[in-house]
Design a protein. Structure first.
Lengths: 201, 469
């Protein structure tokens, strides 16, 4: 997995609440058996007309936000399905960090597995960052994972929390499976114990 | 004396392999269900790393999302090339890695969350995961069951474990009794209406109370199925005689001495008196009416007797969201819900595709006809549900009433297959999501119970089923 340390980039404002996984990547695109190439379909129905042309009003179609690396979003971002295609599409588009007051549980986890940092902040601070994001391409925000700090284009600093283990994995680009396999002995002894305590499992 | 525990605490504790100082735990997974949409990249990952499936015996694969549900599918007709590739990938992966597998032409094939319980794979006290958010369904058995992403699917395939942080405990109690015409679907929608789609975020919900105790396993599965729509990681119901009765004799349920041993443990799986819940919601069964959704979020719930709300009825971010929903749904504030015409009815999905659902539908539609201009589909949740319905004569009732009576699969629940709403179509659906485009681009979905869907099919508009009882 790619390491996440510090990014400085344009943040796209998406104040809509309950942005669900069907909006992020409609099921039409779930038929792929690959992880890559989904970025062009990110937010497909909001982003394109039926004839495939772009909807000029949609934030990521506006010149200022075409290269956004951060999304500042309304409450409950990523609700709905468990499809990892949602973070894959976000990542493939080039976004590495999403900021909101809340995230759906599975989506939140899926982000970390793909080198995306989801940041939860109180409403007030999300509002502040939303305003900053609305300023467009010249307003670049910095997200520093090591320091757990976001710096707005005006130099204002917002601190954020992140789970220590998840932070470490992102910073070092660690692969979960590799880490878990180091505990193979513990897994094996659990299995021995469980085979006698709950043999029907 | 040990501190009192919730049901969730007990199942969690029984599955922790290791726990770090910050609470990050390695959890053992008893059952891993796999379907074709969220698994190809995970199997590819295993192959790339030269890894095997750690416990193929605990892994069950079944295709459901993409499979056609038309009667001619036996001929192998899958119109969409990409769907075919995905189904073939599952077929190859299941065989190469040696997991339990129910291919499309097996009578036991069906929606993964219906097949698991039906075959006795899902048992009380287990941890069950699947690359699908509606894994919550299995919580009806008192199993800790939740959806995972594809990276986690790969993790479970490779290690039979999951790295998890424990959620908080939430209790949802439904007291008293349900009134006639009110079903498990109305209960679960009413709960989401009360909590909102993010109300359960960070929690595992235990559903309890007299209404839940009185419910069949089918009803309990409907309730837990939509725990995820309330944002919860999982829904749980303590196992009891109803559960044991359902499980007993299923192909993969324990037998003989192991059954007795299992039963002994299962009977300890309940929340201790005085156990702590971080959040509690109590609803009275008598207060719940048949409900319908008006918007594009499952929290947009109203009793069928109500009218379409106006954006001003809401606060905060919901004002804009409601305006957007109403526009998408093509609805005007103040319209009585029962005046909304529909042109499609979809009865099926892992929420409501079980035999009890079909029986309830048959009662309503027997001897009647689907309204002119309405396309109505009934899609059983598994091949065995279909066979049972045939045996009971339900299939005939459906066809005579003018329903399309299909083979098992996810069908129009998510429109990854040929069953889709066209732009502007309006459907009464027994599925679980009314998101924009969920049932087909531009399609409009009203979530309802099976009997409410049946009633709408007959009248051609959203209908209070109580008038037809
Ligand atoms: S029936 Fe619908 S909700 Fe259930 S597994 Fe299939 S697509 Fe998902």
């Amino acid at each position: 997995m790619e390491k996440f340390e510090k990014i400085t980039g344009v943040a796209a404002p998406m104040p809509l609440i309950n942005i669900d996984t069907d909006m992020i990547i409609p099921k039409l695109f779930l038929k792929t058996i690959k992880r890559s190439g989904l970025g062009v379909h990110l937010f497909d129905e909001m982003r394109y007309n039926d004839d495939g042309s772009e909807k000029p009003d949609f934030v990521l179609n506006q010149p200022a936000y075409r290269n956004a690396e951060i999304i500042v979003a309304g409450d409950n971002f990523g609700c709905g399905s468990s499809r990892e295609h949602a973070p894959w599409a976000i990542k493939d588009f080039g976004v590495k960090c999403v900021i909101s007051t809340s995230f759906a549980d599975i989506f939140f986890n899926n982000c970390f597995k793909n080198g995306i940092l989801p940041i939860v902040l109180p409403q007030e601070q999300v509002d502040l960052l939303m305003k900053d994001a609305e300023k467009g391409a010249n307003a670049r925000m910095t997200v520093d994972l090591e320091a757990q700090e976001i710096t707005t284009s005006d130099g204002e600093v917002v601190k954020f929390d992140v789970d220590a283990f998840k932070k470490q994995c992102l910073l070092e680009g660690l692969d979960d499976i590799g880490l878990t396999l180091k505990k193979a002995d513990s897994i094996a002894s659990y299995e021995t114990m469980s085979a006698s305590a709950r043999p029907w499992v | 004396m040990t501190a009192p525990k919730t049901l969730y605490d007990k199942i969690w504790d029984a599955h922790v392999i290791t726990e770090d100082d910050d609470g990050t735990s390695l959890l053992y997974i008893d059952r891993h269900l796999v379907h074709e949409v969220t698994s190809p990249q995970a199997f590819e990952g295993l192959r790339d790393a030269g890894r095997k499936v750690h416990a193929p015996d605990k892994t069950i694969a079944v295709p459901d999302h993409n499979v056609p549900t038309t009667l001619d599918r036996a001929g192998g007709i899958i119109s969409n090339e990409e769907s075919r590739i995905q189904l073939e990938a599952l077929d190859k992966n299941a065989r190469d890695f040696g997991v339990h597998y129910y291919p499309v032409d097996d009578v036991r094939q069906g929606i993964v969350h219906i097949v698991g319980p039906e075959q006795g794979w899902t048992l009380p006290g287990m941890t069950v995961v699947c690359g699908d958010s509606h894994t919550a369904t299995h919580g009806a058995f008192g199993a800790l069951a939740h959806g995972i992403g594809t990276s986690e699917v790969e993790h479970v395939l490779a290690t039979q474990t999951l790295i998890q942080q424990k959620s908080k405990n939430m209790k949802v109690e439904i007291t008293g009794k349900l009134r006639p015409g009110v079903t498990a679907k109305d209960v679960t929608l009413a709960v989401i209406g009360a909590t909102g789609t993010a109300g359960g975020t960070g929690y595992v919900i235990e559903y309890c109370g007299q209404v839940i105790r009185d419910m069949s396993m089918e009803g309990r599965m409907t309730v837990c199925n939509m725990a995820i729509e309330g944002g919860a990681r999982a829904g749980l119901i303590a196992p009891d005689e109803t559960t044991f009765e359902y499980v007993k004799g299923r192909p993969h349920a324990p037998k003989g001495a192991e059954w007795e041993m299992a039963l002994e443990w299962w009977k300890t799986l309940f929340t201790d008196d005085d156990a702590h819940f971080d959040k509690v919601l109590v609803l009275k069964g008598e207060d719940i009416a048949p409900v319908v959704t008006w918007g594009t979020s499952p929290e947009d719930v109203l009793p069928i007797t109500a009218s379409v709300p106006a954006p001003e009825d809401f606060e905060g971010g919901k004002v804009d969201a409601a305006a957007r929903s109403l526009e998408y749904m093509g609805l005007t504030a103040g319209t009585k819900l029962t005046d909304i015409p529909i042109n499609t009815v979809f009865i099926g999905s892992c929420t409501n595709g079980r035999i009890e659902d079909l029986r309830a539908v048959a009662e309503i539609v027997k001897g009647k006809k689907v309204a002119d201009g309405v396309r109505a589909l009934i899609v059983p949740g598994s091949g065995l549900v279909r066979a049972q319905a045939e045996e009971e004569g339900l299939g005939e009732i459906f066809t005579e009433a003018g329903f399309e009576w299909r083979l098992a699969g996810c069908s129009m629940c998510l429109a990854m297959n040929d069953d889709q709403l066209a732009p502007g179509d309006r459907s009464a659906s027994t599925s679980n999501r009314n998101f924009e485009g969920r049932q087909g681009k531009g399609g409009r979905t009203h979530l309802v119970s099976p009997v409410m869907a049946a009633a709408a099919a007959i009248t051609g508009h959203l209908t209070d089923v109580r008038e037809m009882l």
